[in-house]
Each structure stands twice: as C-alpha cells, then as structure tokens.
Design a binder for this molecule. Structure first.
Ligand code: SF4
Length: 88
C-alpha cells in the first residue's frame, strides 16, 4: 500500500518501523501476508483478534475504508482465516 508524504508525516517517529521506500515511493512494509503494522492480541474473553498498532496514525487509504462498512466486512470475511493460521 502506498504511503504518501502526508501519511509518512502522520506516522511520525515510528514510520520506519512500518513503512519503507522502494525507489522514490513509500509503501507499508509487509510481514508475511499482512501489513507490518498489524498485530494480534487476545480479547478479555480469550479470542484472538487483529489490531492496528498505528491506528491513530494510519495512512489515508486505511482511513477511507470505514470500519464496519460493507467493504470492511468483505475484507474481514475474505481474510478472517488468517487469524487462525497465525495463532496456530
Ligand atoms: S489499518 Fe493499520 S494494520 Fe491495517 S493496513 Fe492500515 S496501517 Fe496496516
């Protein structure tokens, strides 16, 4: 995913941890099959869930995908199997 100059500035001091330059363009880093900013945790009830470690500073593309929208739900449905694999 592209990271604009504005995104990079918003990511602040942590930008290098989750984003990098390839040539003259910046992108989010990947960790395995997913964004490097994504991590796993367990809810109070013990269920595994993904969370964004840079949520407040996330790139504009992520901001445009409204949480709970039909598009968001579609992404969750398509990728929910990854949680099980990653927690194994
Ligand atoms: S919301 Fe966070 S974890 Fe998800 S793609 Fe964007 S930066 Fe990565």
């Amino acid at each position: 995913m592209r990271v604009t100059g504005e995104d990079w500035s918003r990511l602040g001091d942590g930008a290098d941890r989750v984003a990098h330059f390839i040539g003259h363009r910046a992108y989010m880093k990947m960790s395995g099959e997913h964004c490097a900013a994504l991590d796993l945790r367990r809810t109070v009830g013990g269920k595994p869930e993904f969370f964004c470690t840079v949520y407040e500073q996330r790139p504009q593309t992520c901001r445009d995908l409204e949480r709970g929208s039909a598009q968001c739900a579609g992404e969750c449905m398509a990728k929910r199997g990854r949680v099980t694999r990653l927690m194994a």
